[in-house]
Design a protein around this ligand. Sequence first.
Ligand code: NAP
Length: 568
Amino acid sequence: MPYVVTQSCCADASCVQACPVNCIHPAPGEPGFGTAEMLYVDAKSCVDCGACATACPVEAIKPHTTLTPAEQPFLALNAAYYDCFPHADRHPLAIIEKQRRLQVPGPFRVAVIGAGPAGLYTADELLKHPEIEGVDVYDRLPTPYGLVRYGVAPDHGHTKQVEQLFRAVEELPGFRYFLGVEVGRDVTLADLREQYHAVVYATGAASDRRLGVPGEQLPGSLSATELVAWYNGHPDRADLPVPLEHERAVVIGNGNVALDVARILTADLTALERTDMSALAWAALQRSSIREVVVLGRRGPADAAFTLPELVGLAALEDVDVVVDADPASLAPGAPGDGAKLELLREIASRTPVEGRRRLVLRFHTSPVAVLGEDAVTGLRVVRDGVEEDLDCGLVLRAIGYRGLPVADLPYDEATGTVPNDAGRVETGLYVAGWVKRGPSGFIGTNKTCAQETVTAILDDLDAGRPGLPAPVGTADTIATVVAERAPEVIDLAGWRRLDAEERRRGAARGRPRAKVVELAEMRRLARAGEATGPGRPGRAGRGGGAAAAVRRYASVREIIRGSDRRR
Ligand code: NAP
């Protein structure tokens, strides 16, 4: 098999577009796309051209000859997909859809709120259309990339490579950042609707779900989202008190976030030292007494929400014993839901633990009843098969899912924690993308298809002439003036580049990809150091505009990505 998709697959399907022989599936529009745990290369059709590997933003696709021992299982995993889904009816060549042209010439301006993956994929999709004069991306933080910077586990460096793609989006003519500007505080939705033809919220899911058990509020009972933000150096959580004195921590929930936090709490600190994790968190973890992390799934192994690629990665860890604590009947061959995940869990369960290593225990059919302790967490009461048991621990992490909070001026669905929408449209002129639109599920690349859907709704409305809505006032320059008046500390792309360069410089000195700055004031200072002008937008017309610019733009995106490949 020439090329193989591996663990860090983000499912944005750039590889599908790049493949000249349509050998990567499920493709957008096919059954399973959007819900599959990853994409797969069909060995029988692959012509070994490498186009997919070049297009992949997270370095997930590799020639089979370069797979590490830990990646070898992905060879069988890619092949197994085609045993189940031969795709006999597929087209021999990938079909690239014709670029849509608007009936009305524009120019149009769009505001995107949120500079995470959903916001930046949306900006990218919008700027493919020459009728869109400019896209301004707002974020309340001085830094972009959202969950890629503050949510992806630091030991998943490949996943963070998607930043290369975002850097290319930032270079697109018409793209502009207003970072450190909070919509709802510094500027209102009404302000934005006055200035832009369309406003897109891509603000994610900022909170987490609650267990609703007694003791949940005790110090030492935290959400995994808080811990993730802590070890990733999020300015709001950089000094989170995390009790690490007890030998055991318990993680509630069976998703990929649960595996992320369990892995980081049991990880080899020398390996983590070479990542971009928060220096404060690294120092705290170095003093940690944790020897065992128990991950609780309320259902059985076959129903675990973590994905097979992540389990493959976990199973390959060399510095920690992964232990499967499950009813043997639920793991037995032929058990309901038997498949590759169960097969791997069986193999892990058959391993002999190595004395003295940290343990990561996957325990199933176990639910929390109460967090125990007077002033702080001392344990967790759980129930399995009707039998209660107390687990001693000093840290309880609920990893039971993110949850979107109500957004000022937007409708809110309490049940789903999302903004009610129709394919991204809240109403004409107002849209959503990402987790605020569809809830907290999927991978980083899932946001690409999600953004395409929202952008289609925007283009439909622009083509229909925004009936009933007044034309926006102002120009790109007047918008910048309004923002600068309301939020004088606004940071533009050049400012972010300065901060980014300084973080990389500080990191390089210590053999790390970057040393994150965690104080907001310091971020702003570094972003402003040596500043020449206020926020500006590289004009589209100035660079040639229209189709020619579009061609050059995409050529340059590919060049940037290829250039970064060559450097690595
Ligand atoms: P998730 O995948 O939705 O998993 C939530 C887990 O919490 C499920 O196991 C669920 O069990 C459990 N749960 C919910 N309520 C519970 C309760 N009251 N008591 C006990 N358990 C409860 O959420 P997530 O892990 O936060 O991940 C969010 C999204 O990000 C997912 O799409 C995930 O794949 C993605 N992600 C991907 C990566 C990666 O690719 N490396 C890393 C992190 C996150 P039930 O199934 O029984 O409801």
